[in-house]
Design a protein around this ligand. Structure first.
Ligand SMILES: Cc1ncc(COP(=O)(O)O)c(C=O)c1O
Length: 420
């Protein structure tokens, strides 16, 4: 096996169609990363010591511990460490232990799980809600339960991977429209055969790699005109988007017009878990037919207890949201005025588009080595030519932390020719 540095990338190590041993790609990737990973994307998969906060210690691959300003956490409102949340988790651990021991329908649920579902339903103004082990499995389970061969699912091209995986598993026909392009969506809908009545439009609310919002008001209008159901993934919207943090539907004034409101409890809510809110009949159906619910163990009760507290806090904490948007504005304006391409973000996710993987790796590695951590995003999350740093903003970031980050961005952006 070669030990040379190469210009290969992650796209080169995927399925090859049965012509070679399935382990060949495994060995090739191993070899590639052994000789290229630090130059390439050394910041992928680092361990963080301590809770998600504005400052954390990360463990480098060589064991070095480094104190960094955290611009790579989706705990936007800083709730993971809130004393009331921690106290609720501790109390529930004493009462329920730390794991459930069975899938929900076979004795794996508790009054805390039910209370969390009721809170979610109240939060979205729906009749009921169901919780899943995580957002990924929620999306997969919901789509595969509701759609099947002969149905049509219509996706924004930038939807989350879990949505595409759910669509693939469902066996439904899949159409994709250009990112947030309503003219293209209408063209796709117009071309659907009249006989194909099982139609579902799926969109992220906030697109996770771009930070922009789906034009939900227009999607609702098109869905009504072309007789489609709508599913939205509110993963990065819950708690922060909309006047009271109830998400993209609230932002666009179309609450009550969405058939399936799904999401994850891992971003602003700060823990883990997926959900789908909708009619009572829908939720009841999903309990029996969403296989990622039926065949998968429920969230640990302490997590459910923490999340109940989180929803109480999120509903009341307008000041926390205001602090977040102040920080987002400051960082976004700062990065833009330095000349970085930050796309069309409207959320707490700020993409910094670099477009060249080697440059991206070097930029992110040096940023981190000098004390600022960001996510590094490339294939398969985005196209390689659109690879980027993903800067996520928390409301706990201080002015001096943001200033330090912007100073480094300016220096290294010039050094790596990302800006002039
Ligand atoms: C838009 C979106 N949907 C779903 C998920 C999956 O959620 P989870 O991490 O809870 O599996 C994520 C990210 O994690 C996401 O960004």
């Amino acid at each position: 096996m070669s030990t040379e540095k190469t210009d290969r990338n992650f796209e080169d190590f995927t399925h090859r169609g049965g012509g070679v041993d399935i382990m060949q790609k495994v060995d090739e990737l191993d070899d590639f990363l052994n000789h290229n990973s630090l130059d390439y994307l050394g910041g992928l998969g680092l361990q963080v010591k301590g809770p998600a906060a504005d400052r954390v210690a990360v463990l480098e691959a060589d064991g070095t511990e480094r104190d960094v300003i955290m611009l790579g956490s989706n705990s936007y409102l800083g709730l993971t460490t809130h004393p009331r949340v921690i106290a609720a988790c501790k109390k529930a651990t004493d009462e329920y232990g730390y794991g459930m021991g069975a899938v929900p329908l076979y004795a794996g649920t508790s009054p805390l799980h039910r209370e969390l579902e009721e809170r979610l339903a109240a939060f979205y103004g729906t009749e009921d809600a169901i919780i899943f082990p995580c957002g990924y499995s929620g999306n997969v389970g919901v789509i595969a339960a509701l759609c099947g061969p002969g149905d049509m699912v219509i996706n924004d091209t930038a939807n989350h991977a879990s949505i595409f995986d759910g669509c693939a598993l469902s066996g439904a026909d899949i159409k994709i429209y250009l990112h947030r392009n309503m003219r293209h969506l209408e063209k796709v809908l117009k071309a659907l055969p009249d006989s194909q009545r099982g139609r579902l439009i799926i969109t992220d609310g906030v697109f996770s790699m771009h930070g922009d919002l789906a034009p939900l008001d227009q999607i609702v209008e098109l869905a009504q005109r072309y007789h489609c159901r709508i599913m939205i993934d509110e993963a990065h919207a819950v708690g922060v988007i909309g006047p009271t943090g109830r998400g993209t539907a609230e932002h666009f004034g179309c609450s009550g017009k969405i058939d399936l409101t799904c999401g994850t409890l891992s971003k602003t809510p700060g823990a883990i878990g997926g959900y789908c809110a909708g009619s009572a009949a829908l939720v009841r159906y999903l309990r029996y037919y969403a296989r990622t619910y039926f065949f998968s163990t429920a969230l640990p009760a302490p997590v459910a207890a923490g999340l109940i507290e989180v929803f109480k806090l999120m509903e009341a904490d307008q000041a926390g949201r205001d602090r977040l948007w102040k920080n987002v504005d400051y960082m976004l304006n700062g990065l833009r005025s330095l000349g970085f391409d930050t796309g069309e973000t409207q959320s707490a996710i700020i993409p910094v588009i670099v477009g060249d993987e080697m440059k991206l790796g070097a930029f992110q590695n040096e940023l981190r080595q000098r004390g600022v951590f960001t996510n590094v995003v490339t294939y398969p999350a985005v196209r390689r030519k659109e690879c980027r740093l993903r800067v996520s903003i928390m409301n706990t970031l201080t002015q001096s932390e943001m200033d330090r980050a912007l100073t480094l961005f300016a220096e290294l952006g010039r050094k790596y020719s990302v800006i002039k």
